[in-house]
Ligand binder design. Structure first.
Ligand code: HEM
Length: 512
């Protein structure tokens, strides 16, 4: 045999052996190189983010639950690497047949990552980006000053006032409407959220397996979902239409202008998109904003020493003759640090959302879902399969001790004394999520929560309530444990700092 052909034969033999052994090995190594995960995961429905965080600590920052094809991210760098730097493949959302029928593919926060989503997101971007956020200032001042008035007037109802300022602000900002003067508006929005929740909480497995059932009448076996779909579509339509029509009428009659009405008159071809922007904003904004403000009120009541320090800063910079404005923000680093620390410790949506069937109500209620990957990927030596539900555990990320030492302690100083100081980019507030699906209303939210914090600190004292024997009543500081997190009711004492503060509140509130 010629030397060349024995080389060839040897080469073929080696290749054959390699094919036999290496190919299965390669497949095997893919199987073996999923990120680590709990052996038999028992995913809790309450305080799940705490369990996620524990898994993250005992394994690595990347936890994979194979049964659910779910990846949990417990570290900011990892979340940024995947959701931000590889956003092209980590920005999709899961969509069931039922959700599609209910119209969720028209709602920005639940939409698949598609041209349709890009179009809706662009509309949000144009109207909520930082450079235009001053458009909302007048409404923010008015609503937050009214909030101070309400707290001074009926302090024991501070929880209701917190919800009312959060809902009122978004309605007034978008539609120029006063939610308090028309009870139907809030009620309709609540009803819609519940109808949407019901549409999905009730399991309709038939439509997931047999999409053609959609074409069958509702009496056909397995078609019970049809009635729910109709109810859901009608509910969303009403929520879209009632405030929208009011706003447009007001503009036409010359009785008031608003963002939504102006947009509708300028872009008649985009009416449906504009309506949807209004509804999504209400659903996405009210409860999250409420949660952040409520967390601030609770935390300040628990930390009177922090309040005093912030009040000293405000008095020094602003004085006592006027209420704070947005122009003061850069001069109040301690107040900024309080805001950052509240957002770190108490993200309203601790898991930036994933959903199991039990949690779907919350996912729908707050109209957010996890990111879903659209391609197989490899990261830090691990295989991350396509279609994976990717959960940024904001709770765990914000309590990463390498980033935030003594993470369970409320310490505004960690931001104040950090090398960068407290005024870092809004991207560093992880409560607003990661990547291309990050919160579309975050500049508005950031301004609202900051202005509320500084205005309350400037005028009010928050303390423990006292019992009949003048002893302080303990505040347990409990939170809801479900996927939307906010403080549970408690008793406290809220009073104007002094007569001057009371006069200032009364003088500044605009009474229509
Ligand atoms: C303190 C207040 C708020 C917090 C903490 C918050 C937080 C979040 C989070 C965590 C997400 C999911 C991000 C992700 O998937 O990675 C989100 C999405 C979203 N938020 Fe907010 N949010 C707040 C206020 C608002 C406001 C005021 C608006 C509107 C005016 C808004 C509109 C939205 C929308 C439309 C989405 C979906 C974005 C998309 O899927 O492309 N949010 N928010």
């Amino acid at each position: 045999m010629a030397p060349g052909s024995s080389f060839l034969a040897f080469g073929i033999a080696v290749s054959a052996v390699a094919l036999i052994y290496l190919f299965p090995r390669r497949r095997q190594s893919v199987v073996e190189s999923y990120p680590p995960g709990p052996k038999s995961p028992n995913i809790p429905t309450l305080d799940a983010w705490v369990q996620y965080q524990d898994w993250g600590e005992s394994m690595v920052h990347l936890v994979y639950i194979r049964e659910n094809n779910m990846l949990i991210l417990n570290n900011a760098h990892v979340a940024i690497d995947l959701l931000d730097k590889r956003a092209r493949i980590y920005s999709d959302r899961a969509m069931t047949n039922m959700m599609k029928l209910c119209g969720f593919d028209d709602i920005l926060s639940t939409q698949r990552y598609s041209d349709k989503w890009r179009g809706n997101r662009r509309l949000f971007q144009q109207n909520f980006r930082k450079s235009v956020s001053s458009r909302f200032y007048p409404v923010q001042y008015k609503e937050i000053h009214q909030f101070l008035h309400n707290l001074a007037d009926v302090p024991e109802e501070f929880m209701q006032h917190t919800m009312s300022v959060s809902q009122g602000l978004i309605y007034a900002s978008l539609y120029g409407l006063d939610i308090r003067s028309d009870g139907r508006l809030a009620q309709k929005a609540e009803e819609t959220a519940n109808v949407i929740g019901q549409a999905i909480v009730e399991p309709f497995p038939a439509i997931e397996r047999f999409p053609w059932l959609h074409f069958m009448p509702s009496w056909f076996p397995g078609c019970g979902f049809q009635k729910v779909v109709q109810k859901c579509i009608a509910g969303v339509k009403e929520a879209d239409t009632i405030p929208f029509d009011n706003a447009v009428n007001n503009l036409k009659m010359g009785t008031g202008t608003s963002l939504v009405a102006e947009l509708a008159l300028e872009n008649p071809e985009d009416i449906e998109k504009i309506k949807a922007m209004g509804t999504v904003s209400f659903l996405a904004a009210s409860d999250t904003t409420m949660s952040s403000i409520a967390s601030f009120l609770l935390t300040m009541t628990q930390h009177p020493e922090v309040q005093s320090k912030a009040q000293a800063e405000i008095d020094h910079v602003i004085g006592r003759d006027r209420l704070p404005t947005f122009d003061d923000r850069q001069s109040l680093p301690y107040v900024e640090s309080i805001y950052r620390e509240i957002m770190r410790m108490h993200p309203p949506v601790p898991t930036s959302m994933r959903y199991l069937i039990q949690e779907i109500e919350y996912f729908l209620r707050f109209c957010r879902s996890p990111h879903v990957s659209t391609e197989d990927d490899f990261y830090r030596g691990y295989y991350l399969p396509k279609g994976c539900q990717v959960v940024a555990n904001i709770w765990g990320i914000n309590r990463d001790p390498n980033m935030f030492p003594e993470p369970d302690k409320f310490m505004p100083e960690r931001f104040l004394n950090s090398p960068t100081g407290p005024y870092t980019n809004i991207n560093n507030i992880y409560a607003f999520g990661f990547g291309r699906r990050f919160c579309a209303g975050r500049h508005m939210a950031d301004n609202t929560v900051w202005l509320t914090i500084v205005s309350v600190l400037a005028t009010l004292d928050l303390r423990n309530a006292k019992d009949d024997t003048d002893n302080e009543i303990d505040i347990p500081g409990e939170y809801t444990k479900t996927f939307f997190r906010h403080p549970l009711p408690y008793r406290s004492s809220i009073t104007p700092r002094d007569q001057q503060a009371r006069d200032l509140i009364l003088a500044t509130t605009t009474v229509d």
